[in-house]
Write a protein that binds this ligand. Structure first.
Ligand code: IMP
Ligand code: MG
Length: 186
């Protein structure tokens, strides 16, 4: 496995900056959902680090659940707009105040598709919190209620986001230098 230092172009968001912003989001969400049954839904796998850090900054009682999707990609790094549910939620969301926790919104197709799916289950409310927003790449309009950082159109990794499934554990968001990165041969 290649050492990430070999292809790291720059650290876009360092660990401290991430944690500070997540703490602010936690405060905001705690205020907005005061006296409501907040239910966080994390889309696997990219959102897990964000979810676990965000939860620790939310001061009101809340529950969590997970779902996994896979997109029918035109390429590994392009969203086709069609997603398939590979792991469903454990609990029903009917009548609950759902907050979807996402790692990144790029074209918006994934989020649009997930929102469409969850919306049919009649939650009391359905909102979105994304850590990263590649706003200039948007191809379909999607409502986002909480944004950690708006980032430029660069391929990023770390803090939940992968490069061919690796490097999710890094505590920062880094920009990959595509010329220096070699995908693993598994
Ligand atoms: P969208 O459907 O184009 O909005 O794509 C969203 C999904 O693409 C995210 O949930 C990520 O899994 C993936 N993705 C988009 N941009 C990046 C990136 O820069 N690094 C890693 N994954 C990304
Ligand atoms: Mg994702």
């Amino acid at each position: 496995m290649q050492d990430y230092h070999e292809f790291l172009d720059e650290i876009l968001i360092d660990a401290t900056t991430l944690q500070e912003r997540i703490s602010e989001l936690g405060v905001e969400i705690s205020q907005d959902y005061k006296d409501k049954d907040l239910h966080l839904i994390c889309i696997l796998r990219g959102g897990i680090l964000f979810l676990t850090d965000l939860m620790r900054q939310i001061s009101i009682p809340h529950t969590i659940d997970f779902m996994a999707i896979s997109s029918y990609g035109v390429g590994d790094r392009e969203s086709s707009g069609q997603v398939r549910l590979t792991m469903d939620l454990r609990d029903p969301i009917k009548g609950r105040n759902v907050l979807l926790v996402e790692d990144i919104v790029d074209s918006g197709y994934t989020l649009a598709s997930v929102l469409g799916l969850l919306g049919t289950r009649k939650p009391a409310s359905l909102k979105v919190c994304t850590l990263l927003d590649k706003a200039e790449r948007r191809e379909t309009e999607v409502p986002i209620d909480y944004v950690g950082f708006v980032i430029p159109n660069k391929y990023v990794f770390g803090y939940g986001l992968d490069l061919d499934e690796f490097y999710r554990e890094l505590p920062f968001i880094g920009v990959v230098n595509e010329e220096k990165y070699t995908p693993p041969d598994h």
